[in-house]
Design a binder for this molecule. Structure first.
Ligand SMILES: O=C(O)CCC(=O)C(=O)O
Ligand SMILES: [Fe+2]
Length: 338
């Protein structure tokens, strides 16, 4: 493919004829290529650069310093290489996850909700860089969801009504250079929420799977239908060429659920390269308490509670983590208001 399609987003999305045209082009790009690029303005490009610099600085610290940034209340914090599992196999990325930073005196933390707690930040500079980067992508995410709704013929606010107080989170990733032993970065998977918005340095290693006519794409949100590991070694996969001044965007599982598969959650995987690679994957999500159902109403009755889904997915990826153990020991999933 001769490069991905790149779009400029307007200052606001109000449903004008120009918005509608752009919206239809975005939906067409996702349905054809599985991914598209959004150009970032100079301020956001600087935030991307700053976040990648902070990431390099953090990951270059001694293992013991990084390993101290964990919490048994939240999945935020450091994940060592080999700790994450996709389809039962270790991934070789090192990660720092940033979930919503919920203070200890928040009623949801006091009520022992799963995944709620303060982010174990390494330092203030890192916190500032990541928070600013995420806020900028949050604005892009909201515009894209309004455009997606428009392009799908839905009310403008259908998707953004789910993201007020959204459970947006970030994975800050470092991939080592490949070795004789392995070139696995992260195994093939789909991500859990509405949109995956990502930036990467100039090294390269991300591949995505475009929609393929007639190919079965399972409902990853159901415990029996995991997409993890699927089609890992079967073509077609599209290499996502690093391009400065853009973020790449593709749909996650919740958009597939909501649209009854009109938009498919894009499978992707990471291969290690000859140099270490740094990437930032931001997830634009529904609020923790949102109930997700398809717009056709076909699956009415069996709506999905987003926060429980998020918790189950993280427990699946980190079966041995202190956070997972505490959720199980204290039966925290049962605390959620349903
Ligand atoms: O490394 C990337 O570009 C994407 C990482 C990824 O798929 C993830 O963090 O879920
Ligand atoms: Fe991913």
């Amino acid at each position: 493919m001769a490069g991905l399609q790149t779009f400029q987003l307007p200052d606001s999305v109000d449903g004008t004829p120009l918005d509608l045209q752009l919206a239809q082009e975005l939906v067409r790009a996702w349905r054809t290529d599985g991914i598209l690029q959004v150009a970032t303005d100079p301020a956001q490009s600087r935030r991307t650069h700053a976040a990648l610099e902070s990431s390099r600085r953090f990951f270059s610290q001694p293992a013991a310093v990084k390993a101290s940034c964990i919490s048994d209340l939240t999945f935020s914090g450091y994940i060592a290489s080999g700790e994450e599992r996709t389809a039962g196999e270790p991934d070789y990325s090192e990660i720092f996850t940033v979930c919503p930073d919920v203070p200890l005196d928040d009623p949801r933390v006091r009520a022992q909700w799963p995944c709620h707690g303060p982010v174990p930040w390494p330092d203030d500079e890192y916190e500032r860089a990541m928070t600013a980067f995420m806020a900028g992508l949050g604005v892009i995410g909201e515009k894209l969801l309004r455009l997606a709704a428009l392009g799908l013929g839905l009310d403008l606010d259908t998707l953004t009504s789910l993201t007020r107080d959204g459970w947006h989170h970030l994975r800050v990733l470092r991939f080592p250079a490949r070795s004789a032993r392995t070139s696995r970065g992260i195994g093939a998977h789909t991500d859990y929420g509405l949109l995956v918005i990502a930036a990467q340095d100039d090294v390269g290693g991300l591949y995505i799977r475009p929609p393929v006519d007639g190919e079965r794409r399972t409902r990853n949100w159901l415990p029996t239908e995991s997409m993890a590991g699927r089609y890992e070694d079967d073509e077609p996969w599209t290499f996502v060429e690093p391009v400065p001044g853009v973020v790449t965007v593709f749909p996650g599982d919740m958009l597939q659920l909501i649209t009854d598969g009109l938009l498919l959650s894009t499978p992707h995987k990471v291969r290690l390269n000859t140099r270490a690679r740094y990437a930032l994957a931001y997830f634009h999500e529904p609020r923790f308490q949102a109930r997700i159902r398809s717009v056709s109403g076909e699956n009415d009755g069996d709506s999905l509670h987003y926060g429980s889904h998020f918790t189950r997915m993280f427990m699946r990826s980190y079966p041995e983590r202190v956070t997972t153990r505490r959720i199980l020991a204290e039966d925290r999933l049962s605390r959620l208001v349903r």
